[in-house]
Design a protein around this ligand. Structure first.
Ligand code: SAH
Ligand code: SF4
Ligand code: F3S
Length: 435
């Protein structure tokens, strides 16, 4: 049987799809990237905002057409939306054959075999499952860079967020299993790993902290580039920043979601820090790692957000001078604290207006950040060809900025080359190989 898998949502889902592929291949299933060949279509889903689910439903309509042509095909919904809706999803989307949540992927081979007889829903969450000994099959990868998950779940319960409900309690993987997985990647000639978790700073295995883990990985794999995401302002330590500063192979990029610049809103969000504490963390990052790039997540239009709160977000953005940001408007998720106890009272039109304002400001800040890079020389890990031309290649520098440059005939994907930045567009830096 051949399976096809499509992935939505965050890096955790990308990593999970690779675990799913590994489990299925181990049980004799064959992976295909061609949907027309598939006997099983799997879609790994996200519930973070309403529009994430709308996108999945759009894809399910397409799969339904495929199933009309080929009635034997099975359709499975994996991941967070499956976990959220459970049996309900089978009622809403009649062509779906199975729903399997994030902690039930080991059951997949069995579940698929049952589908000829009945539809199946498996959504029990676990306090222990980390899939720790399963070596992910890198379906989604470019062969250069891979995600390695170090924790699963989240128990911060930010009041707006669905993740703790669909991903369960937080668990950390053993350092040994993480090292073993990275070792496998090194042997397959991968050049970069990103350690991922909803809050990497709360990684803890016995007495081993995230800073300890990062240092261990950096020492053990001097030839690999090491990234990590996501940091949490309430938990990120100076010890971690010292580790980042001490090792050349640890990339100088910190993603530190702020969400809002207003203390009132941060409190309603249950984020666990104030604006002042957040800015103190930023100061500490710049102090320890002067050449760092800092990115963030920002959410506008949360419950009771006034214009004064909103302008606090804008002023914080300017104060930090983010290199990059992901920006969203609040989307109420049923079951969360905010949905039960707070009032989603910023009108949709006003949310859009505030979002556009935040985006426009970030465009200015990103422009400044890139302007600052012109004339500098960076080590760039080559990831592939530029979208526009085969004569140009693209990669990222330590700061995670994309750089496009004219390829030399001997430049290969996976090389690290020195590139001097000469100009930039709205999305990328443009440079020349520098000898
Ligand atoms: N664990 C990460 C965030 C994961 S979700 C952290 O705590 O920073 C990624 C981003 O989606 C969040 O940072 C937030 O900005 C956004 N997000 C989460 N829930 C949302 C909601 N209900 N509506 C809009 N955006 C949301
Ligand atoms: Fe959601 Fe907060 Fe956990 Fe991030 S830390 S996944 S925003 S609950
Ligand atoms: Fe989405 Fe689940 Fe990630 S809700 S953001 S795929 S943890």
């Amino acid at each position: 049987m051949k399976f096809y898998i499509e992935t939505y949502g965050c890096q955790m889902n990308v990593a999970d799809s690779e675990v799913v592929a590994s489990i299925l291949i181990e049980h004799g299933f064959i992976h295909t990237k061609n949907i027309d060949e598939a006997d099983i279509i799997l879609v790994n889903t996200c519930s973070i905002r309403e529009n994430a689910e709308t996108r999945v439903r759009g894809r399910l309509k397409v799969f339904q057409q495929i199933k009309k042509q080929k009635p034997t095909i099975k359709i499975g919904v994996l991941g967070c939306m499956g976990e959220r809706l459970k049996e309900e999803l089978l009622k809403q989307e009649v062509m779906v054959d199975m729903v399997v949540g994030p902690d039930s992927y080991r059951l997949l081979p069995n579940t698929i075999h049952k589908l000829d007889v009945e539809k199946v829903v498996e959504t029990t969450l676990s306090d222990e499952e980390t899939y720790e000994e399963i070596l992910p099959y890198r379906t989604e990868s470019n062969g250069i860079s891979a995600f390695v998950s170090i924790t699963r779940g989240c128990q911060n319960f930010c009041s707006y967020c669905i993740v703790p409900y669909v991903r369960g309690a937080e668990r950390s993987r053993s350092p040994e299993s993480i090292i073993q997985e990275i070792n496998g990647l090194k042997e397959q000639a991968f050049k970069e790993v990103t350690l991922i978790g909803q809050n990497v700073d709360s990684y803890r295995y016995n007495n081993f902290s995230f800073a300890d883990l990062l240092e261990l990985v950096a020492r053990q794999f001097p030839a690999l580039r090491i990234r990590f995401s996501t940091n949490h302002p309430k938990d990120m330590t100076d010890q971690l920043l010292r580790v980042v500063a001490s090792y050349d192979n640890i990339c100088k990029h910190i993603h530190l979601p702020v969400q809002s610049g207003s203390n009132k809103i941060l409190k309603l969000m249950n984020r666990g820090y104030t604006r002042e504490q957040y800015l103190q963390r930023i100061a500490s990052i710049y102090k320890h790692i002067p050449d760092v790039a800092i990115s963030t997540d920002i959410m506008v239009g949360f419950c009771d957000e006034t214009l004064a709160d909103h302008s606090q977000t804008l002023s914080l953005m300017k104060e930090v001078g983010y290199d990059f940001a992901f920006m969203f408007k609040y989307s109420e998720r049923s079951g969360t604290y905010a949905a039960k106890h707070l009032n989603d009272n910023v009108p949709e039109k006003e949310k859009i207006r505030r979002l556009n304002e935040v985006i426009a400001l970030q465009n200015e800040l990103s422009y400044e950040s890139k302007k600052h890079d012109v004339g500098k020389v960076f080590d760039v890990l080559v990831e592939g060809y530029s979208k526009k031309s085969k004569k140009q290649m693209m990669g990222r520098n330590s700061q995670n900025k994309v750089i496009v440059f004219d390829a030399h005939h001997n430049t290969c994907i996976g090389d690290v080359v020195k590139v001097k930045v000469e100009s930039f567009t709205s999305a990328t830096l443009i440079g020349k190989i520098y000898e």
